[in-house]
Write a protein that binds this ligand. Structure first.
Ligand code: SF4
Length: 368
């Protein structure tokens, strides 16, 4: 693209952003194609601020749990799933999960449990309900963000119940919100290539629509950086935007960069996304998803230096502080956790932002 064309394209987008106009498919593809990274980032920051964003950078203290790594789906990008017969397969009982969570709670004051897992055919729907019920009973003040839309769909297969009945039962047992996983890339072409065993985009979207209708807020994601085109990324974002227009139930969008290690893609030579692509995805997400309140730069995944820059490219959240493995191995882990918060606060301040610890629903808990 000639330099003059690039400038006029970005100017046209700037005019729309400043006028509060919605960006369209062509705008977003052109932004992804642009090599003027700083200009794209600045536009996203302008859009974020024009929509009421301030200097806050949010984070949450959460505990990650996986109830099982047994999964029937076999997504080609997944290095986590195993079959029941593999030596490293596990399926924790609700009691084990509660015991683990309570032990972790002694060490760190997390306010959220983020739990997802494989789609095991060897459990029943009651297993999931019991997990939620027992965690709620053991930790009534902790928000339970559990099970992707794919897992909810799996529960309908296990139980014969509708999505609405599954979600309402889990909500009544104590479920607070759904994480955003399982969305991958909505385009049918991509799904066939990377996750042929997974439910369709329509089912993922319908599950979130149903959750929102039941008063269960959810998160949304895009797994980018594998076989998808820019057009397919934008199509994905626009489908999320359309659902958000309808329900308003998404709390945050999290772009997830594909990690090829230990997957078929690594053997075929795929490599990590580069930082400029990660930053552009954050910026274009912020620009296009004008109705989703928060965009996360997941620092544990992208690294803090890049996440600091992402806070100037439209992101306003860096996700959590708990890195489980380190906590497990830390003697006197209370100190360890405090150090993590101190370090995170230092990074966020150094990025020119005001660190704010939040709960899952973005209520402010502490400000530095
Ligand atoms: S459904 Fe989830 S756990 Fe199962 S293979 Fe796919 S990504 Fe992995």
């Amino acid at each position: 693209m000639a330099v003059a064309d690039r400038i006029s394209l970005l100017e046209a987008v700037r005019e729309k952003v400043e006028a509060g106009e919605r960006l369209d498919f062509e705008d977003a593809v052109a932004l992804l194609e642009s090599d003027d990274l700083l200009a794209v980032g600045e536009l996203a920051d302008v859009a974020r601020r024009r929509r009421g964003g301030g200097d806050e950078a949010f984070f949450v203290q959460n505990l990650y749990l996986n109830q099982t790594n047994v999964c029937r789906v076999k997504c080609k990008f997944c290095a986590f799933a195993v079959t029941q017969k593999q030596a490293n397969a596990y399926t924790y009982t609700p009691e084990q999960l509660v015991e683990d969570a309570l032990a972790q709670r002694e060490l760190t004051g997390f306010t959220e449990v983020h739990m997802v897992g494989g789609e095991s055919p060897h459990v029943t729907f009651d297993y999931y309900v019991e997990i939620v019920r027992q965690l709620r009973e053991a930790m009534p003040d902790v928000h339970l963000k559990c099970f992707t839309a794919s897992e909810i769909h799996h529960m309908t297969t296990l139980s014969g119940l509708s999505h609405e009945d599954v979600l309402a039962t889990l909500r009544d047992a104590g479920l607070g919100s759904l994480p955003g996983g399982g969305a991958e890339v909505f385009a049918e072409r991509v799904r066939r290539l990377v996750a042929p065993g997974k439910e369709s985009a329509e089912i993922w979207l319908e599950t979130h629509r149903t959750a929102h209708g039941l008063g269960i807020p959810t998160h949304c994601t895009l797994l980018y950086g594998h076989v998808e085109t820019y057009e397919e990324r934008v199509d994905h974002l626009l489908r999320l935007r359309a659902l958000q227009d309808e329900t308003g139930g998404f709390l945050a969008f999290i772009p997830l960069a594909f990690h090829p290690e230990n997957t078929i893609f690594e053997r075929r030579g795929w490599t990590h996304t580069v930082g400029s692509d990660d930053l552009k995805m954050i910026a274009v997400s912020r620009l296009l998803l004008d109705n989703v309140p928060h965009v996360k730069a997941y620092w544990i995944m992208m690294g803090m230096p890049l996440a600091q820059i992402a806070l100037h490219f439209g992101a306003n959240d860096v996700q959590g502080t708990v890195v489980r493995e380190e906590i497990f191995h830390a003697a006197g882990a209370r100190t360890e956790t405090e150090q993590k918060i101190d370090e995170l606060v230092r990074f966020l301040r150094a990025a020119g932002r005001v660190p704010v610890q939040r709960d899952t629903l973005y209520n402010e808990l502490r400000r530095w």
